[in-house]
Design a protein around this ligand. Structure first.
Ligand code: PLP
Length: 388
């Protein structure tokens, strides 16, 4: 199909839930992408933080194709080597005790919500089911996870929403106000991605960690976006010395294939039993084989490289005219400018840079292996667009 035919067919037949940019990406190598007409782009979006080793990564491809050549799907009623290997790897690297594999971030969070409620039910009986989430959080698009998302704009049309979710300001005063005798868990994003790449206050996070432990309230860290090396830490909570009971992740986990994980630490490792939860596709062997190739390569050297590249981006963006502030950690970068973020992102695409918005900010989620010359090209375009 030609570019214009693709766009026409899409507009006619695909549910119009996305305000798509006028770009038809076709192929690429690392952080360099090409559209249907051969135009070159530097990729600072990675399909919303998914293609963490860029596109066409040879190591990832070998792992994925190798698994495709063996078996493409095994239902969860049988054992699967890539799943077992990935779960062991995640537990070894994080200290988690058990992992449930899902297909997406929202589903990983669904599992976290169910686990928290069952943990509390098993221990305290009925009624202790409330989950506190934070203002400006984003946890997904399913009914439970849009309810958990602490942004008014998501709470239209689809009522009634899930019962037992409360929203708190990101402060201990806010948490104390929202907490009741029914509170069983608090779910946070250490770095709020969708709402503007806002890093939560470190003292608040440490106090929250202690408060949760003291009150047997489960701390759930949603690391769907911030996880898997993105911030220069394997998971961003590590940067604050937190001890979550549940960590969810997805996006970059399988390097480009759909996979979510809900990692359960000591307290709730045994909470879910046979029949309590399940999925047909979750933990698909091809996705898990891809994830093993991603997670096994996120070592200390790579994390330091991500921190270094992130610092280089931030340092050079800070000085661009019309930039108000730069937020984030590692290669998860938010840019506040005096211009509407959507317009900046659109102008960047015209000049050959794929970026994202995050609420009112411009957001960059480049691949970990982006080269120095690609970073400099991205910075040049950002400079031209933002300072204009
Ligand atoms: C993207 C995202 C989700 C939802 O993940 P999906 O794979 O789109 O379901 C949940 N939480 C956070 C923090 C995210 O960034």
């Amino acid at each position: 199909m030609k570019r214009d035919e693709i766009i026409a067919a899409d507009k006619e037949h695909i549910a119009s839930t996305y305000a798509r940019a006028d770009v038809v990406l076709d192929h690429g190598e690392g952080a360099t992408l090409y559209d249907k007409s051969g135009k070159v782009y530097i990729d600072c979006a990675t399909g919303i933080g998914v293609n963490c080793f860029g596109v066409n990564d040879p190591v990832w491809k070998e792992a994925v194709v190798g698994q495709i050549n063996k078996i493409q799907h095994i239902c969860n009623l049988y054992y699967s080597e890539p799943q077992a290997e990935l779960a062991a790897l995640l537990c070894e690297k994080t200290g988690a005790k058990r992992v449930f594999f899902a297909n997406s971030g929202a589903e990983a969070n669904e599992c976290a919500i169910k686990t928290a409620r069952k943990y509390s039910y098993d221990k305290y009986g009925e009624g202790r089911y409330e989950i506190i989430t934070l203002k400006d959080s984003f946890h997904g698009r399913t009914m439970a996870t849009i309810t958990a998302t602490g942004q008014e704009e998501f709470h239209k049309y689809f009522m009634p929403f899930l019962d037992g979710i409360k929203y708190a300001e990101p402060s201990m005063a806010g948490i104390r106000k929202a907490r009741t005798a029914k509170t069983c868990a608090i779910m946070i994003e250490v770095i709020q991605g969708e709402s503007g790449v806002n890093v939560l206050d470190g003292d608040f996070l440490k106090d929250l960690d202690k408060y949760c432990k003291a009150n047997d309230i489960l701390l759930i860290c949603d690391e769907v976006q911030s996880g898997n090396g993105r911030t220069g830490y394997l998971y961003a909570y590590e940067a604050f010395g937190l001890h979550p009971d549940i960590v969810t992740t997805a996006k970059a986990l399988a390097g480009g294939l759909p996979l979510g994980a809900c990692m359960m630490f000591g307290k709730c490792a045994g909470t879910l039993g046979p029949g309590d939860h399940g999925t047909t596709f979750g933990g698909n062997p091809v996705a898990c084989a891809g994830a093993v190739s991603i997670i096994s390569r996120i070592d200390r050297d790579l994390l330091l490289e991500i921190q270094g590249k992130g610092a280089y981006f931030a340092e050079n963006i800070k000085h661009i005219k019309n930039v108000v502030s730069v937020s984030g950690m590692g290669l998860m970068i938010g840019i506040e400018t005096t211009k509407p973020a959507g317009e900046v992102v659109k102008a960047c695409a015209e000049k050959g840079l794929i970026a994202l918005t995050a609420h009112t900010k411009v957001r960059l989620l480049p691949p970990f292996n982006i080269r120095k010359d690609e970073i400099d090209e991205a910075l040049k375009i950002l400079n031209e667009v933002i300072s204009a």
